[in-house]
Design a binder for this molecule. Structure first.
Ligand SMILES: [Mn+2]
Length: 420
């Protein structure tokens, strides 16, 4: 017996952060979450599996129109035609209170209650699926605490949308603990909500399959579903199957040995070629991050737009239109030697000001205090998440001052080569 465990389909969720440009694989993102669901059904039929379990967040939120629901129904009907049962629960994104419209789903689909835990016993394949969906967007208590005892003689699976004992970047919904899940005596916990794949435990199996299709640069790497094989009433294998149609990656480029931005572009091109080779023909959405103490630092910062477009042109060339450069981040530092700044007294004065500010703790703290008020007025994308710009933090200001210094040196002393 085999079943597929999937979660967080977020059907029709937009992919974020991809600025359109000539040569970018625009078609790849159109309907990416739908194409990934088609691949899931393709896999279920090809294996074939005996059941598909969906651990919440089928939808991204309320539908804009009925086509989202119709698309899901059509895909699940392909499974019905093959006699494959589907058990699903709602998550925080598709809680009963969030989804205003509804459509009848095919007869092979069982949506478990949001009022209390329910068990779906698939006797012919010896599978008992226990679960409860989200009635509202925020479920603060441990739903699993009320799940029923295992069904004797069946393989018991708990279907649960949860943040477990807390995961970075995920709201704390229906929290639970590994000890609490283990106590129930099930064979497998089919979890959802956390978008990064994670095997929390293998005895019993407690698995977050991750979402089906990455949607932005914080959802990187292979995305897909978990295929579980059962022999003689015991789980014999748990494998990840990649089903994403566009893959997000962060590619780091060590610019230490680069003398010129062109060298960094060359290193980036090599890294992108390698990444493309590992993606099984999928288009990639990539954030390139240059780091390291490098003589190219000032020039890397000098013309960010030109550098980004040069990288895009390079990527389009080598990827045959399969690489989307989401962003280029320059996180390099100057090499450990003094910059060539002595020539001009006015430049020296300017640089002196910047450097004094960098050395003067009080000045930096004062500046941080003044800028902290700005935070409330900045767009939320700039002030939250991993890449948040915290103008109230002295260490951030010191980094920006260092970048400003490098920029001044390069702009003012710009070489004849750059001017040509
Ligand atoms: Mn989700």
């Amino acid at each position: 017996m085999r079943f597929l465990h999937v979660a967080d389909l977020h059907l029709d969720s937009p992919l974020r952060g991809l600025e359109r440009y000539e040569g970018a694989p625009v078609a790849a993102i159109r309907g990416a979450t739908r194409r990934a669901l088609e691949r899931l059904v393709d896999l279920a039929l090809a294996e074939p599996v005996d059941a598909v379990l969906i651990a919440g967040d089928v939808y991204d939120g309320d539908w804009r129109d009925y086509s989202t629901g119709l698309f899901l129904a059509a895909q699940l009907a392909r499974l019905r035609a093959a006699g494959v049962p589907v058990v699903l629960i709602s998550g925080n994104h598709d809680a009963a209170s969030v989804i205003a419209r509804s459509l009848p789903l095919p007869a092979n689909v069982r949506v478990l209650s949001v009022e209390q835990p329910e068990t779906m016993l698939l006797e012919d394949i010896g599978l008992a699926v226990h679960g409860q969906g989200f009635a509202t967007r925020a479920v603060a208590h441990d739903l699993s605490a009320a799940y029923p005892a295992p069904v004797p003689g069946a393989l018991n699976v708990g279907l649960l949308h949860t943040s477990a004992d807390g995961r970075v970047g995920h709201a704390a919904y229906a929290p639970c603990t590994l000890a609490g899940l283990t106590r129930l005596g099930y064979d497998y916990w089919a979890l959802g909500h956390v978008h990064a794949r994670e095997v929390v435990s293998s005895d019993p199996w407690v698995v977050f399959p991750g979402n089906l299709q990455g949607r932005h640069v914080k959802e990187t790497g292979p995305k897909g579903a978990t295929l579980v094989t059962v022999h003689g009433g015991r789980i014999t294998s748990v494998e990840h199957r990649a089903l994403d149609v566009l893959r997000w990656l962060r590619v780091g480029v060590d610019a230490t040995a680069a003398d010129h931005p062109d060298d960094v572009l060359e290193l980036a091109a090599q890294a992108l070629t390698a990444a493309l080779g590992e993606a099984d023909g999928r288009p990639l959405a990539v954030r390139v991050e240059a780091h390291g103490a490098t003589p190219a630092h000032a020039r890397l910062l000098a013309r960010p737009e030109a550098l980004l477009q040069a990288l895009r042109a390079r990527a389009t060339d080598l990827g045959g239109g399969a690489i989307w450069i989401e962003r280029l981040r320059v996180r390099t530092t100057p090499p450990g030697r003094p910059a060539r700044d002595a020539a001009d007294a006015s430049i020296a004065t300017l640089l002196d000001g910047v450097r004094r500010a960098r050395r003067d703790d009080t000045a930096v703290r004062d500046l941080a205090g003044q800028l902290a008020d700005l935070r409330g007025r900045l767009p939320i994308e700039l002030t939250t998440g991993e890449d948040a710009l915290d103008l109230g933090a002295p260490e951030v200001l010191l980094r920006l001052l260092a970048d400003a210094e490098a920029l001044v040196v390069d702009r003012v002393l710009g070489t004849a080569e750059d001017a040509a």
